[in-house]
Design a protein around this ligand. Structure first.
Ligand code: BDR
Ligand code: CA
Length: 310
């Protein structure tokens, strides 16, 4: 079956890095667009370029938003992903792959015109996607759909707000408020906390005979250590972003339901919260909300993608 054409809009980020290697394997990855989120734009873009180089991909990288729509600074996630955004990974000091443009938004718009059935998989804040919708009101309707890692019925930045939505709630509100009539798949924390990086997974990936396996084990081990230090526990760490890729390419692994999801942008306690209508009697919704995933099968697909890399 033909692979689905995808632009990965991301802020790598350990789990974004796994989403990238996965998308390169199971999708027709036509471009990577970057934005600030986990760390600043220069770092997320360099990490994307380094990964594209290491994976020997012929895929352009376009950098985008350096901050949220409001322009007001917000805390990053360097305590989880390290100062570089990809602690545990070392790229060559000089990369041969360079950025194709600093207009990710323009590239998203152009690619949606050029590629039939293009999907955007968004694994960072939704700033680039929202700006594409604002710059070109016909953008969303030209897409096959959007798959998002973001939101949840609980939070990880505040008690109720997940990082990607909390970083740019106005952007998330634009995207979820779009009435383009295209499918929107949404993997929130309720779903992504079912897919875990464990010591066993790190060891399995480290033992792969290719170059990328031990490389990925290096950064996944750092991610796991950071999450454990942050939470003061020996729990495993959620592997959020690849879930948004799998929701598109492997829907048979998911239980999804149409739900109404909106974003709180004003509450003094609840800014960045996704309000998910789970009342049993409400019908329909603006997103397909991912509720459950077959985690062992999902991890098998992810490990196979890492194993298929150079
Ligand atoms: C999301 O926030 C980031 O730290 C991760 O890369 C993921 O996209 C999880 O809340
Ligand atoms: Ca991310």
């Amino acid at each position: 079956m033909a692979k689905i054409p995808v632009v990965l809009d991301c802020d790598p980020g350990h789990d974004d890095a796994v989403a990238l290697v996965l998308a390169a394997s199971v999708c027709d990855l036509v471009a990577v667009t970057t934005l600030a989120g986990n760390v600043g734009l220069a770092h997320t873009t360099r990490n994307a370029l380094g990964l594209v180089q290491l994976l020997e991909l012929d895929v352009p990288v376009h950098s985008g938003a350096a901050g949220p729509l409001t322009g007001v600074g917000v805390a990053d996630a360097s305590h989880v992903h390290g100062e570089s955004g990809l602690e545990g990974a070392t790229f060559p000091a000089t990369l041969s792959v360079t950025v194709s443009s600093d207009d990710a938004v323009g590239h998203l718009i152009d690619t949606a015109r050029a590629v039939d059935g293009l999907w955007v998989v968004a694994t960072g804040p939704l700033t680039n996607v929202a700006q594409a919708m604002q710059r070109d009101p016909g953008f969303a309707a030209r897409l096959g759909g959007i798959a998002i890692m973001g939101g949840g019925t609980f939070g990880n930045v505040t008690p109720v707000a997940e990082f990607n939505v909390h970083y740019d709630p106005e952007a998330a509100a634009v995207v979820l408020g779009s009435d383009a009539g295209i499918p929107v798949l949404m993997c929130g924390l309720d779903l992504t906390h079912q897919v875990l990086v464990s010591d066993e997974l790190v060891a399995q990936v480290a033992a792969l005979p290719n170059r990328f396996g031990p490389f990925a084990a290096g950064f996944l081990g750092a991610y796991l250590a950071n999450v454990r230090a942050r939470t003061g526990s020996d729990h495993d760490a959620a592997l959020h972003d690849p879930c948004a890729v799998l929701a598109l390419t492997h829907p048979e692994l998911f239980e999804m339901r149409a739900r109404h999801v909106s974003v709180e942008t004003t509450g003094s306690l609840t800014r960045g919260m996704t309000v998910v209508d789970r009342r049993p009697w409400t019908k329909g919704g603006n997103v397909q909300w991912a509720e459950r995933i077959d985690a062992p099968a999902a991890l098998d697909v992810i490990v196979a993608a890492i194993a298929a890399a150079p």
